[in-house]
Design a protein. Structure first.
Length: 262
């Protein structure tokens, strides 16, 4: 699933690259989403879409029937889901605090909140993306500070890796993160034109460049077949990599330029 900001369309594609729908959400009140920003899959074949136009989350079925809708009162930087179908959202609490919430996908009820307090060494400025881990940990990717951090769900920081730069172990405008089967953080290092992997759960916390020839990667994910899927902003293409040998793309899943005119 991808949001195409150029056309305000939500594209839904299969792991084979077949385009299922290029106008997902158009049936809702007979209009498109105004500014769709995030789309995640939740349990029971449901999809949650965050619309930045009115800070609302709409839960839809695959047939685009509206199941639930609610507003989020805080500025939202990211939205993802966990294995239980809960929504994980990151927000600005005020000028100094950052907040991550675990919400019910039906009504937005906050099940758990994590407040990140100011850090004298820089702190968490913008949790652009976060991933809730079922073992009780939370990954936060700070786009501004160019760091990846591991926290407990109580907000205690376990470790932080990365800094702004171009050497191995550095990041420059990281824009997306996902987790591989070993719970390593796979990051789209956008301005360095590469995909990197941090072994953040290990003691050695090593960093490895796994894709070095991708232009302006925007988002990354691991599909059900353990393939690495990379969305690039420059060419609006989705590439498929074998996570075990990701030196070259195995296939092009989808050309968003072509999909935008379907």
């Amino acid at each position: 699933m991808v949001v195409n900001g150029a056309t305000n369309k939500i594209l839904v594609y299969a792991s084979s690259g077949k385009l299922i729908s290029s106008n997902f959400g158009n049936r809702l009140f007979n209009k498109r989403f105004q500014r769709p920003a995030f789309i995640v899959e939740v349990t029971d074949k449901r999809v949650a879409v965050f619309d930045k136009w009115d800070n609302s989350v709409k839960k839809l079925s695959w047939s685009e029937d509206l199941i639930a809708s609610f507003r989020v009162s805080l500025e939202t930087h990211s939205m993802t889901s966990n294995m239980y179908g809960h929504l994980i959202t990151s927000h600005d609490a005020d000028n100094k605090m950052r907040l991550v919430t675990i919400r019910c996908s039906d009504n937005g009820y906050v099940l758990h909140s994590i407040v990140y307090k100011p850090d004298p060494n820089g702190g968490l400025r913008c949790p652009f993306y976060n991933a809730y881990i079922e073992t009780g940990y939370l990954y936060t990717l700070d786009q501004s500070a160019c760091t990846i951090s591991l926290h407990t769900i109580d907000g205690e920081k376990v470790k932080t890796l990365g800094k702004r730069g171009f050497m191995v172990g550095h990041l420059n405008n990281p824009t997306g993160v996902c987790l591989d089967i070993k719970r390593n953080a796979v990051i789209a290092d956008s301005r360095n034109d590469r995909i990197v992997r941090y072994n953040i759960m290990d003691d050695n916390t090593s960093c490895q460049v796994i894709v070095s020839d991708v232009r302006r990667p925007l988002g990354v994910s691991i599909d059900a077949s353990n393939n690495l899927v990379v969305l690039t902003a420059q060419s609006l293409m989705i590439f498929l990599y074998d996570i075990r040998r990701p030196e070259r793309p195995r296939d092009v899943l989808l050309d968003l330029n072509a999909a935008a005119v379907t």
